[in-house]
Design a protein. Sequence first.
Length: 88
Amino acid sequence: MSETGEEANGDVKTVEGILKLKGNDELKFGLLIGLIELEQASNKDVVDTVLYLLVGGEFDIESNFVIQDPQNILHMLKLLASCSHTLQ
């Protein structure tokens, strides 16, 4: 059992917890939507997490900027509906 407490309990309370989860990106976007709706994530954290999920790792404008899974664009659009106007 190498799972952390957050993973074992299915209780993700931070964007870092989302990124550490094993699983599909749809689940991660869903959890991020939950954090946004509960106002538990800053705008910067949301943007950084979305970029991370889109490119499949740490976003870098020079070396890692290509979207790896086009399906994630649809997940991102669903997420935008939960975001404040300033975050959109």
